[in-house]
Design a protein around this ligand. Structure first.
Ligand code: M6R
Length: 612
């Protein structure tokens, strides 16, 4: 989605803002722009990549030490320079950048047009610029008051940064529903929608809460509510470092993050697994352990990859904790009038912690009396701040749009949560300790899978030209089949469907034609024989079998060509998704690169979907 970076301080703003924009590129966007105040307000915008804007700015630099910059992912109006941010008013030199959507922008626009304002774009953001300008009164609080007053009139979601030619030493930021972080430096501040645009300059930050406005000058800040009541924000240390958001020896973030998984999962487990005692320590859940143990239903929700992880979570909660569990897309749950009985625990799964549908479903369930829990990666994100309890993934910043290390982090947290609950219900110390021992060995097992990278690349090269693929699995590996298909389609633009392996004979088998790749997850688990039957059904109709199988399985190579088999170490079925997904991540990444796509910036996609 859109990205915000703004600066006020003593340095030249343009290079700093440009660096911030580059760090925000991964979020997905279609145009970019920058405004800087020096002697006057200067602005440049461009359609396409940040590099296009950079070229323009190299030819005609913007000078000044206060500025705002933005990457836009179109919601209102087409992808044009006129619709790109920043937007300006038509009177006093207000410039604004905005993430989110203003729902009542049409009525506000009519009101402003009646007052003589002339609009040049189709965006809701320009309406906000005009409204701030209309309400601006230098003698009565200036920009800060105008922003507070304007936002009291607005319905919808926003994170904004605003400057005004009339107040060249002031930057005003505000938020409702879209994240905004303020980095506190030495006589300088950086405001951004994402910590990655801040961390190179300072690690001291505070988040704005919903309905808060922050007025910044070079050496001071003041945070207030929309009613101008001062609030004191909590300054905290950012827990990411620069290395984590840089490519290092890798060509793409996606590949880097796939290879990071052994280490990221070690961090997810660190200090949480006490194998000798057969217990799991989850600090963020401890206070609510009784609610979890006595839950009558666990309802898990998320979108995309997070939904697929939640589906594994559903199986784990039923299997290990013996609590009825259900998974539902957040976008459906939020509008479906769900029955939330007494004793419902809602688990919201999200890498970013900002996905609009997941946040809304969580709030809906909370209103209806559910105890809420977050399984989130980004510390301090909206979902993390809105839940009663939670477990952070600790996998570090995920920059690749295709989620990889967050997925395995989510699976690991789900497994720990199921053990945490199961141990307090029916699971013996011994059974818990056994599964924990396996969890502890997962990073090393993934290292072994990653050694097959070259052969997985060869498989990708053999089939990358095929336009239709199937991904099939059963039980715990049905969600992995969904995830394998999602990975392939989002970065390689190949049509892929993931489904329960037994489902093919109810229709999809009609699709099988000569050489169609069908990826089976065929690890040694309770449904292995059934998967073999499904493999034969596809193979006998001309499908080409690619399989994920358990080391030492001699049967599988009777059904699939040995060079088309990816091997995983032996692991118990409930934990197998942690391993089976890894070759599928590599397969998708290679297929996309072979087809010539930028895997970190797939078309039309945004890293974090903060709009409906
Ligand atoms: O930040 P979240 O985990 O809430 O994001 C949910 C989905 O938007 C996300 O998983 C998306 O499907 C990814 N592109 C998948 O790789």
């Amino acid at each position: 989605m859109c990205g915000i970076v703004a600066y006020i301080g003593h340095k030249n703003a343009q290079p700093l803002l440009m660096e911030g924009l580059k760090r925000l590129e991964y979020r997905g966007y279609d145009s970019a722009g920058m405004a800087v105040i020096g002697d006057d307000l200067q602005m440049t915008r461009a359609v396409g990549r940040v590099s296009v804007l950079e070229d323009l700015l190299e030819r005609e630099p913007l000078t000044g030490s206060i500025g705002i910059a933005h990457t836009r992912w179109a919601t209102h109006g087409e992808v044009t320079e006129a619709n790109a941010h920043p937007h300006r008013d038509d009177r006093i030199g207000v410039a604004i950048i905005h993430n989110g959507t203003i729902e009542n922008y049409a009525s506000l626009k009519t009101y402003l047009q009646e007052r003589g304002h002339e609009f040049v774009s189709e965006t809701d953001t320009e309406v906000l610029a005009m409204l701030i300008s209309e309400l601006y009164d230098e003698a009565n609080g200036g920009l800060e008051t105008a922003v507070q007053s304007a936002l009291r009139e607005v319905r919808g979601a926003y994170a904004i940064a605003v400057v005004c030619e009339k107040e060249p030493g002031t930057l005003v930021a505000a938020r409702k529903g879209s994240p905004l972080i303020v980095g506190v430096g030495d006589k300088e501040f950086i405001v951004a929608s994402d910590a990655s645009a801040i961390v190179a300059h300072t690690t001291q930050v505070f988040e704005l809460d919903d309905y808060q406005v922050c007025k910044l000058t070079e050496d001071s800040f003041r945070t207030s509510t929309l009613e101008n009541i001062s609030v004191t924000p909590q300054i905290r240390q950012l827990e990411i470092d620069l290395e984590q958001i840089e490519l290092g020896d890798f060509d793409t973030f996606m590949m880097k993050e796939i290879f990071e998984q052994p280490d990221s999962l070690r961090r997810t487990m660190l200090g949480r697994i006490k194998r000798d005692e057969g217990s799991v320590v989850l600090g963020g859940v401890l206070k609510f352990a009784r609610d979890l143990v006595r839950a009558r239903q666990v309802l898990l929700t998320g979108q995309g990859t997070a939904y697929n992880a939640a589906m594994v979570g559903q199986y784990l909660m039923e299997d290990l904790a013996k609590i009825p569990a259900k998974v539902e897309y957040a976008s459906e749950l939020r509008y479906r009038n769900p029955i939330i009985q007494d004793g419902t625990v809602l688990v919201a799964v999200s890498q970013s912690g900002e996905t609009a549908d997941t946040l809304a479903a969580l709030r809906e369930a909370r209103e209806r009396g559910a105890m809420t829990m977050g399984v989130v990666n980004v510390v301090g994100s909206s979902i993390a701040r809105s839940t009663d309890a939670g477990v952070y993934l600790r996998v570090g910043p995920e920059i690749g749009v295709a989620s990889t290390k967050a997925f395995t982090g989510q699976l690991m947290v789900m497994a720990m949560l199921a053990l945490f609950t199961g141990r307090r219900r029916f699971l013996s110390v011994e059974s818990c300790a056994e599964l924990m021992g396996e969890l502890e060995r997962v990073p090393e097992m993934i290292e072994r899978i990653l050694e097959q990278n070259d052969s997985i690349r060869e498989v990708a090269a053999r089939y990358a030209e095929r336009e239709n693929w199937l991904f099939l699995g059963r039980g715990y590996n049905y969600p992995v089949a969904m995830e394998g298909a999602l990975k392939l389609k989002e970065i390689s633009y190949i049509h892929a469907e993931g489904m329960p392996a037994a489902e093919i004979k109810h229709g999809p088998i009609a699709l099988i034609n000569d050489g169609m790749p069908a990826v089976f997850i065929a690890n040694k688990g309770p449904q292995y024989d059934k998967v073999m039957l499904n493999i034969e059904q596809v193979k006998s109709r001309g499908g080409r079998i690619i399989a994920v199988a358990t080391e030492g399985d001699t049967e599988i190579t009777k059904h699939a060509a040995p060079e088309d088999v990816f091997w995983i170490p032996q692991i118990s079925d409930p934990l197998s998704p942690l391993l089976t997904v890894v070759p599928l991540q590599l397969l998708a990444c290679h297929a996309a690169m072979i087809r010539g796509h930028d895997v970190d910036k797939p078309r039309n996609l945004a890293k974090s979907v903060t709009v409906e």
